[in-house]
Design a protein around this ligand. Structure first.
Ligand SMILES: [Zn+2]
Length: 145
């Protein structure tokens, strides 16, 4: 800052070392968001000077600090939102997996049921055979008595 060389014309007007009225620019950097500064018109040009000065006034600073506060809040909310979106995505994936598992479970249950239905006649035939043999044995024993 070279405030010593600045000539105050009006509230925000400055004359740089070259004798020009300065440009008032608003900084939008992370370090100095929405902060105004006066700068030589030819700041980074060959015949310009390196005049630079922050232009601060109390009302503007109050507005600025509340805007910066809102920007920070917004950033926090955006970060939270991103986190929630990630969580939602994870839940959606989990739900898809659960749905796939349920589908597989249902298909397995149907296969088991089909197996039971196929095995039932075999078991039934075997059971009938065993009962018949037993009955024959019992009848044989009774007739021998
Ligand atoms: Zn200049």
């Amino acid at each position: 800052m070279q405030a010593d060389h600045a000539l105050v014309i009006a509230d925000y007007e400055r004359i740089c070392n070259c004798g020009f009225r300065c440009m008032i620019i608003t900084s939008m950097t992370a370090k100095n968001p929405i902060r105004r500064y006066a700068r030589c018109k030819r700041f980074d040009k060959p015949r310009g000077c390196n005049f630079f000065e922050w232009v601060d006034d109390s009302l503007y600073n109050r507005v600025r600090s509340s805007v910066v506060g809102l920007m920070l809040k917004n950033e926090t909310l955006l970060a939270k939102n991103e986190e929630r979106m990630k969580q939602l995505k994870e839940w959606e994936i989990a739900e898809e997996n659960l749905s796939r598992i349920k589908q597989k479970n249902l298909s397995l249950k149907m296969k088991v049921k089909a197996c039971h239905n196929r095995e039932r006649p075999v078991i039934w035939t075997m059971l009938t055979f065993v009962v018949n043999v037993a009955a024959g044995y019992v009848l044989n024993s009774v007739t021998r008595m």
